[in-house]
Write a protein that binds this ligand. Structure first.
Ligand SMILES: Nc1ncnc2c1ncn2[C@@H]1O[C@H](COP(=O)(O)OP(=O)(O)OP(=O)(O)O)[C@@H](O)[C@H]1O
Ligand SMILES: [Mg+2]
Length: 254
């Protein structure tokens, strides 16, 4: 089993987009996948068409060890893809993690039983640096960092890389950065816009060429596909799925 986080410490960087698309494409490729929503905004839960009913366990109850792993996992409409959902109650977990002796390792522990059933665990993250983010970094084997092709996106990447480095230095994480995914990469005809190019050059300078993955193009099709629970080929745009195909190829080779 590989645990992969989609993490970037600012809002709107493409974390939930990467989480849902990677989870669906991995499942489509025949892998068993568990999507874990660790964001109180619960966009991944919404994208996977799950509604949390009152008294139903979510990731919050799993963090607090109030339910077993199995009780927090739900099937989705997509074959091979299950979900641990979240809702806005997840904010309450911050104190629990802050007061726990093993804050950064809590999620890793709670997700251990997933290895019996799942090939991949994909975690969606909240945008702020928080106890939850620490626990996500602590739980991950690999981190994908989406970064919007703007100055804010570059800043988010730098902060995220720093946060991972700090936890690794403290021995609280073994996570490796799998790569940076430039998000909302804008092109006009055959030319990338100057802003996108400038930011991608800066991202490359920061992490090295080998770690900059193919970008997610600015496209309304992505938004439509996600909100309708579809894939990019359902809109006759299979080329847009190239970033996910590349990631899956790299995972399958490793
Ligand atoms: N390819 C795309 N082109 C343009 N916009 C996109 C694309 N894919 C997704 N979006 C939109 O970009 C916005 C941010 O994406 P997303 O929700 O994945 O970011 P996030 O990092 O998860 O945000 P948050 O920090 O709020 O959780 C969303 O409104 C989404 O609909
Ligand atoms: Mg999100």
């Amino acid at each position: 089993m590989k645990v992969i986080a989609s993490l970037s410490l600012s809002g709107g960087q493409g974390k939930s987009t990467v989480s849902v698309m990677l989870a669906k494409y991995l499942a489509q490729a025949g892998h068993t996948v568990l999507a874990v929503d660790c964001d109180p905004q619960s966009n991944l839960t919404i994208f996977l068409k799950h509604t949390v009913q009152e008294n139903e366990p979510t990731i919050l109850e799993l963090y607090r060890k109030q339910v077993s792993f199995e009780d927090a996992v739900y099937v989705t409409d997509t074959k091979n893809l299950c979900l641990i959902p979240s809702d806005d109650g997840l904010d309450q977990v911050q104190d629990y993690l802050a007061n726990s002796g093993i804050g950064a390792l809590t999620l890793r522990k709670r997700l251990e039983p997933a290895a019996k059933t799942f090939d991949y665990v994909i975690i969606d993250s909240p945008p702020q640096r928080s106890q939850v983010c620490k626990s996500i970094i602590g739980a991950s084997d690999l981190v994908l960092i989406p970064a919007e092709c703007t100055v804010k996106g570059y800043g988010s990447l730098v902060r995220t890389v720093d946060a991972i480095r700090e936890l690794k230095e403290d021995g609280a994480s073994d996570a490796e950065v799998m790569g940076v995914i430039p998000f909302r990469d804008r092109w006009v005809g055959r030319r990338r816009t100057n802003e996108s190019q400038m930011v991608i050059d800066a991202l490359t300078g920061e992490v090295g060429e080998a770690q900059v993955l193919p970008s997610i193009r600015e496209s309304e099709i992505f938004k439509k596909a996600i909100s309708q629970g579809l894939l990019l080929e359902d809109f006759n745009k299979p080329d847009l799925a190239y970033p996910f195909e590349t990631i899956i190829e790299q995972l399958e080779i490793a």
